[in-house]
Design a binder for this molecule. Structure first.
Ligand code: URA
Length: 211
């Protein structure tokens, strides 16, 4: 475990910058919840820590668990496609994270207690990111940040931008989870509209970088 503290949580959170945080969490051997027992790797993220958008999913799946990279399977390819259509690269223009960093058995949704134990890491990711726009992908991410909004049908929330008192300088938007779109392709058209609105909100498409 890098860092001088014997408390893994404190050592991870004490990292000054995002790269240090990422490395410390990956190597932490975290056992703060029971998901540690079944995981292969701690999956911290994918993408660019300096991006203008943070997208939050639910939990790593089998491929993510094997590779240690968030959204690197089929759902990730759908996510890549939705953003590429708006001129955005998920590796360059997004930081992609999950509510929990370890794969739940059988890909079930994370339990509330597991999400709560992992929350300090997610909060630190947001605090270290310059992004002001946070996309909550699916019901688990929405429930984690805005439980009141998650009480009704997800369809009534997707595409809506909102603020939260705990995060005064951030704007949130709910999106369909890419895996839900793969499961129900009739969601795809409206999901693309939501991503288009999100891209416009952050000023995309961005001018190509030179040099
Ligand atoms: N689904 C998620 O919510 N997160 C991943 O990283 C992969 C699939």
């Amino acid at each position: 475990m890098p860092g001088s503290s014997s408390d893994p949580l404190r050592a991870v959170l004490a990292a000054a910058g995002y790269e240090g945080f990422r490395q410390r969490l990956r190597e932490s051997g975290c056992t703060r919840c029971a998901l540690a027992e079944g995981r292969t790797r701690i999956v911290v993220d994918r993408g660019n820590p300096d991006a203008k958008i943070v997208a939050i999913g639910e939990a790593p799946g089998a491929r993510e668990d094997a590779r240690g990279v968030a959204f690197c399977g089929r759902a990730g390819r759908m996510l890549d496609d939705l953003f590429a259509a708006e001129g955005l690269s998920t590796d360059e223009h997004l930081l992609i994270v999950n509510v929990v960093k370890c794969r739940p058995p059988g890909n079930r949704a994370p339990h509330r207690e597991e999400a709560a134990r992992c929350r300090p890491f997610l909060e630190r990711q947001l605090a270290l990111s310059p992004a002001r726009t946070i996309a909550l992908m699916g019901a688990t991410a929405l429930r984690h940040f805005a439980p009141e909004r998650a009480k009704g049908p997800l369809g009534a929330q997707v595409g809506r931008f909102f603020g939260l008192p705990d995060w005064p300088d951030r704007e949130f938007v709910t999106l369909y989870h890419p895996a839900a779109i793969l499961y129900n392709r009739s969601l795809e058209r409206v999901a693309r509209e939501h991503v288009r609105a999100l891209a416009a909100r952050v000023g995309a498409p961005f001018p190509a970088r030179t040099g």
